[in-house]
Design a protein around this ligand. Structure first.
Ligand code: 13P
Ligand code: SF4
Length: 313
């Protein structure tokens, strides 16, 4: 059988390619990547790399963002079917119609959107900087936030903004988490710190329960996947309960071998993220497939909101 890891390393050098992998990728893919991170970190890497080829081990909108930021580079995704249910929850036509109902509103789009939707937006954000970006918009300015309703509600609560309308999109993986699953997992690991991704349906429930003084939600930290990586390292805690896609457990355990990490539920699996394998990553490098490119006019309009996203600290 072909030694995929060795072949991937060989082809990376031969083609001057960089492999970028999201924190939700399978462990084998993370281990062969040059950089593993969250959406914001991966966009930053894509913008600054001097490689000729970027192989994006993540989902399609992430590869599109890389293609917009590095138009002179060849961006490949090992499986073109690796989409995102959240990004599919709003089209550019739907956004144009929504904007027409709210003339003058500032549009803030989560990075989990297609390039066409980004091109209709004023700002992009990720879960790592959504609060900061919305907070930077003048308080009297109406904001349309899309497409994740749970992240939107989190941002609304954190900024105290009342003039913000939120698109009712959701990620099928995160929206499915139930407060009862959190309570069970936290009871099973009473000393663990609790980290939760803002896309989780339970962030709204968690905040509600928190405001009701429900002790099971005490100290919940709502973090991007990159924020979870940082927090796990810096926290004095040695045990964590984690509510996000389970691929991150590999990264957390690898970076923190002396700490333990428990999934709220092992059912949190993004089938799109899991479409990338060592085999199709190898094939991508060997056969130069599948290129992700964005039409120049759309890329041109999408670049400013993405650059505003990257300009945050
Ligand atoms: P992060 O930016 O936190 O890595 O999230 C990306 C994502 O797709 C979450 O489902
Ligand atoms: Fe999209 Fe959800 Fe998968 Fe993240 S976990 S890539 S939001 S479908």
């Amino acid at each position: 059988m072909l030694d995929y890891v060795r072949e991937i390393e060989r082809l990376k050098t031969e083609r001057n390619a960089v492999v970028l992998a999201h924190n939700y990728q399978i462990g084998d893919v993370q281990d062969v990547a040059d950089f593993v991170g969250d959406s914001l970190g991966l966009s930053r890497q894509a913008a600054k790399t001097d490689a000729d080829v970027i192989v994006f081990c993540g989902v399609h909108f992430m590869a599109e963002t890389a293609a917009i930021l590095s138009p002179e580079k060849r961006v490949l995704i090992p499986d073109l079917e690796a989409g995102c249910s959240l990004a599919s929850s709003i089209t550019a036509d739907q956004l144009r119609a929504w904007k027409a109902e709210h003339p003058g509103a500032i549009v803030v789009s989560y990075v989990n959107t297609t390039a066409e939707v980004k091109a209709e937006s004023d700002y992009c954000c990720t879960s790592a900087n959504a609060v900061e970006i919305v907070a930077s918009i003048p308080a009297d300015q109406e904001v349309l936030f899309l497409p994740d309703m749970f992240l939107g509600n989190h941002v609304k609560k954190m900024t105290g903004r009342t003039n913000m309308t939120i698109w009712l999109g959701e990620c099928h993986v995160h929206a499915a988490v139930q407060p009862v699953e959190i309570i069970r997992a936290r009871e099973a690991h009473p000393k663990a710190e609790f980290m939760v991704h803002p896309e989780c349906g339970c962030t709204t429930a968690a905040m509600y329960l928190s405001s009701q003084n429900d002790a099971s939600m005490d100290g919940a930290r709502i973090l991007s996947t990159g924020g979870m990586m940082t927090r796990a390292k810096e926290s004095p805690a040695s045990e964590f309960v984690v509510a996000t896609e389970t691929g991150i457990l590999h990264a957390l355990r690898k970076e923190n071998p002396d700490k333990s990490f428990h999934a709220v539920t092992e059912a949190m699996i993004c089938r799109f993220m899991k479409m990338i394998t060592l085999e199709n990553l190898y094939q991508a490098l060997a056969d130069d497939q599948y290129e992700v490119s964005v039409p120049a006019d759309i890329a041109e309009r999408a670049r400013l909101p993405i650059e505003r996203m990257l300009a945050t600290a």
